[in-house]
Design a binder for this molecule. Sequence first.
Ligand code: HEM
Length: 386
Amino acid sequence: MARVPGKIGYPLIGDESYEFYKDYHAYISKKFEHYGNIFCSRFLNKPTVFIGTHMGVRQLLNSQSNDLEMGYKSFMDHIFSDNILFASDFEAENLRRDLISIFSPQCLENCEEASFATEICQTVFLDLDASTAKETAEAISKLTTSHWHGLISVPVNLRLPGIKQSGYSKAIDAKNQLLKWIKDRLKTSIKGFPLRMKETFDEESAASHLLLFSTSLVPKAISSLICSFLLQATAEENFFEKISDQKVFDAFIKEIYRYYPPILGGRRIAKKDLIIDGYRIPENHSIVYLTHSANRDQMIFENGNTFNYERWLGDKDKPCIFTFGTSRRNCIGIKMVSIILETTCKLLLKEFTWTSNAVNDFQYKPLPISRPVDGYKCRFIPKGTI
Ligand code: HEM
C-alpha cells in the first residue's frame, strides 16, 4: 500500500499548525497541489494525515468501530466536559439512542418567536426565553461568547511557535460558570428539553451535553448556513421565481449544505494501521478529514467547485455529502437544523426579496465555523413595497 505523501517533520520545530490556522484555504490548496488530496504533516504537534477525497472521507467515517478513536477529547476537553463527542463508538451507542429520543420536532414548538440562531438554541436547549428573561439570556450569551474564544484558541498545554493562547483562561472561567448555571437550571426545570435531559441522564452528563449544545458552535453553524443561503440567492438568476417550487427549494438547500459546510472537517485517531483510499495510515497517527474538499471532489461531483443546485434534481442516485458527518457517528441534529433552516428561509422568502453584491468579494473565516470575515450585508426589501 502507498505511503501517505508529505512530511511529518520533527516535534515542535516541524509543526505546521500556525500555517494551518493563519490561512486554512491557502495551506490546504498548497498541500493538495504538492502532494494530492491526501497528505501528512505535523499538526498540533502530532503526525497527522489529512484526507480530502470523497472516497477517503467515506471510507474513514464508515470504518470498523474499533479501528478509530474520535480524536476530539485531546483537542478540546479543556473547553467542554465529558460528552458524546469524546465517547467511544460503543459508549456513544447508548448516548445517541437517548439523545435522539429527546430530540423531536416538538423541541422547536416554543421557538416561533425566536428570531436568531442563538435565541433559538437558548430556547430549545435551556428553556430560556429571551423575551421574558432578557437579562439572564444576555448574561448567558456573554458567557457563551467568552467560551467560544477558548474554542478558537489552541489547547493551553500545547505551546506552539507563533500561536498565542489568548482568551483561554477567560474561556475556562466561562465554561465553569455556564456549567454551574446549567446545573441550577436542571434542578428547577419542570418542562422542555432540560427536563427530558434530567430524566434521561445523570446530573453531570446532562449538564455536559447541555453545555455542548448551547455553546456558540451550534448557533454559529446554523447562522453560517442561513448566511450562505442569503448570499447565494443573490447570485442566482431569477432566484425568487424559481425557489417557490418545493423541489428547487430542497435542491438549493442541499447544495448549500454541500458547497458551504459550516464545519470544514473533523478528527479521528488511528487505533491500528489502516488503509484509506489506497494509503496506509500508521497506528496512533491523528487524522483530519476535510469535509469541504470531499464535498467538492471533482471525481464525484461534476464541476464540484461550482454551486449548481440542479445537480440534486432528478431521480438519479445521488452521492453522499459529509456536512453532518455520516454513518454511526453522524450528527443527531440534522433534522432539527433542517427544520430551523427551512422555516427561517421560507419566512424570509415570504416577506422579502433582497439584494447584495457580496457574492463576488465574499471572504470566509474558516475556523472553527466557516463564516463571513466582516459579517454579511444585504438589503431587504419588504414584499408589500415592491
Ligand atoms: C448546522 C449545524 C450543524 C452542523 C454543521 C453539524 C455537524 C456535525 C458533524 C459534521 C458531526 C460529526 C462529527 C464527526 O463524526 O467527526 C456532528 C456530530 C454531532 N452533532 Fe451536529 N451539527 C450541527 C448541529 C447540531 C445540532 C443542532 C445538534 C443537536 C443538539 C447536534 C448534535 C450533534 C451530536 C450530539 C454529534 C455527535 C454524534 C456522535 O458523536 O455520535 N449537531 N455534527
